[in-house]
Ligand binder design. Structure first.
Ligand code: FEO
Length: 394
């Protein structure tokens, strides 16, 4: 255990090996951590647990350091199995221990463990004194589950924010002032883009609410990655920025291809963007990590997506990506479609319509060419890129 504030300890797990999360949905190039916290006040309070595969290691440490029987209450800020997975193992030892959680939290715990434990339902503004410290609760619904809760430790000026403000990142240090800031922000924005961006309107309101409380905050301790100790409000301000049609001004050109005709078009479109001074990044979707692609799309101002037509539709990697774009509900992005074909040529319109349905501002009619594009057709792709740049920035 590591003391992060007087009598408050990090008692989590560093999962250096983790490379896929949420099954195989999300890539975690730098591992992750499952941050659980223990408060040794007049009452001994465990806040969140760790992922089920680590339950024995977690419980052994708690037994050695504090004694599981001495835990007086458990706060479950969020019951997704990466944080709540070990709850059943701990509760099998101390089954009468009160669990403080939201109403939704209790319902989900019952669905996961099929137990009716001693639930103490909390709402925003509720508090409980544990001795020197007081725990104050703030509901965080859909940030990112219906049960999500934030616990403020009054007296320690400590925010235990669970998933909010976290990162899938497992460096050697626990604190933001002791890690590579560039890596930290790469992981923080990737986390936001992939996990939180669908809930952006709620996040904006919740961040406004947290800022309006004007609480003294020395430290924000999420349940993944590092603890924000140096200038902790920096990540709250970043979330506010990310929740407001955030972009970094560039365009992402994505393609999938069978014989490189669509790739040639992608490169020519990029040439057109560059001629108008718009930076771009270009990705072959079928060989690029999808979590990284979604991060790039979140950061981009525009997305130009292409596929050849096969079996009257788009290639499968583009079909999957279009669904992801719809699900992530990106705000304020511009888009367009392009493609190549041999005979039927449906891909361009499928992409065009999917982008519109996903709320992307489609600012160009789709462009496509038959088989390998000629020099004249590639010149039209350059022009397409130039026109996209002009329209996006007008
Ligand atoms: Fe880190 Fe929503 O669990």
């Amino acid at each position: 255990m590591i003391e992060i504030k007087k009598n408050i300890y990090w008692t989590g797990i560093k999962d250096w090996d983790l490379r896929r999360f949420h099954g195989h949905e999300l890539s975690t190039h730098r591992g992750s951590t499952y941050n659980s916290y223990l408060i040794k006040d007049k009452k001994t309070v465990l806040v969140d647990t760790v992922w089920d595969p680590y339950k024995e290691e977690f419980a052994e440490r708690l037994e050695k350091e504090v004694g599981i029987n001495s835990i007086d209450m458990i706060v479950i800020n969020h019951i997704e199995p990466d944080h709540g997975g070990s709850l059943g193992y701990i509760m099998s030892r101390i089954p009468d221990t009160p669990i403080f959680c939201t109403k939704n939290g209790a319902e989900i715990i019952k669905r996961h463990f099929h137990k009716d434990w001693n639930f103490n339902i909390v709402k925003t503004g509720d508090s409980v004194s544990i001795g020197e410290y007081e725990l104050v609760f703030v509901e965080m619904p859909m940030l990112h589950w219906p049960d999500s809760l934030l616990t403020y430790v009054k007296g320690a000026n400590l925010v235990l924010s669970n998933d909010a403000f976290g990162q899938h990142y497992s460096p050697s240090s626990l604190f933001n002032d002791e890690v590579d800031e560039c890596e930290l922000y790469q992981e923080a924005i990737k986390y936001y883009a992939n996990i939180l961006s669908p809930f952006t309107p709620l996040i904006k309101k919740k961040v406004e609410q947290i800022k309006a409380l004007n609480l003294p905050i020395d430290m924000i301790a999420p349940s993944h990655g590092v603890i924000w100790r140096k200038d902790p409000m920096q990540i709250v301000e970043k979330y506010y920025e990310w929740a407001q049609e955030y972009n970094e001004g560039y365009v992402v050109i994505i393609y999938d291809t069978m014989y490189n005709a669509t790739k040639k078009m992608a490169e020519a479109i990029g040439e057109g963007l560059a001629k108008q001074g718009v930076p771009y990044k270009l990705f072959n979707n079928s060989i690029t990590d999808q979590s990284d692609i979604l991060t790039e799309l979140f950061k981009a101002k525009g997305m130009i997506i292409g596929s050849c037509t096969v079996n009257n539709t788009v290639l499968r990697s583009i079909a999957g990506l279009l669904d992801e774009i719809k699900g992530h509900k990106f705000k304020g992005k511009f888009g367009a479609a392009y493609g190549s074909y041999g005979w039927s040529g449906e891909a361009q319109n499928i992409i065009h319509e999917h982008l519109k349905a996903a709320g992307i501002k489609v600012i160009a009619e789709p462009i496509q060419f038959k088989y390998t594009p000629t020099e004249e057709e590639l010149a039209k792709c350059i022009e397409f890129g130039e026109n996209f740049a002009k329209e996006m920035n007008k």
